[in-house]
Ligand binder design. Sequence first.
Ligand code: HEC
Length: 191
Amino acid sequence: MSADPDRDKPIVHEYDGIIELDNQLPLWWLYTLYGTVAFAIIYWFQYEILHASPTPEKEYAAQVAESREAESARLKKLGTIDNKTLAALAKDVKTVDQGRAVFAANCAACHRADGAGLVGPNLTDKFWLHGGQPEQIWKTIRDGATREGAVMPPWKQLGDEKVVASVAYVLSLRNTNVAGGKAPQGEPFSE
Ligand code: HEC
């Protein structure tokens, strides 16, 4: 056996003939460790404290919102109104926000600000008097509906854009089952 150069360093532990020496850690190792600690602190400040950069989750959400917005802009330009188009618009934050404003101004008086129903039916459950397909909802809002003396006025005077936005908003309310809502009316609808 060749002589061990570390043999004369102080022994820190000895147990059952196994000895632990007081070796210096290599500098490259130490600096890598310090580097990772510094990186972790900077990273933590940047993402968790200062929120200076978006987390991957937020970045992803922003990208999804952006592509949905582009898709809605494309669909709006096409001008077709069908189940698919309306369902896509219901996923676009901007269209739904516009619909929320239309709803607050024109519909909340009868359907409650959160859509859970007053004179008008609850729009947050899965029951529909005039059909729960996006196209059916669009027709109800555009042309109005009457049934046993209950009147939902027509809204086509608001113009296509606002009517479509309100459909998107109503679709976003569906099945959210807001607490304290009006009892279900009509037939259950599931996609
Ligand atoms: C004057 C009160 C009133 C206003 C304002 C009103 N609604 Fe209605 N809405 C009703 C009533 C009442 C019904 C149910 C009609 C029936 O029983 O046939 C209804 C039905 C509906 C339905 C169909 C629900 C179903 O179960 O099929 C939708 C969707 C709807 N309203 C959306 C809207 C939107 C969007 C607006 C605003 C642009 C609006 N309503 C404004 C009273 C109103």
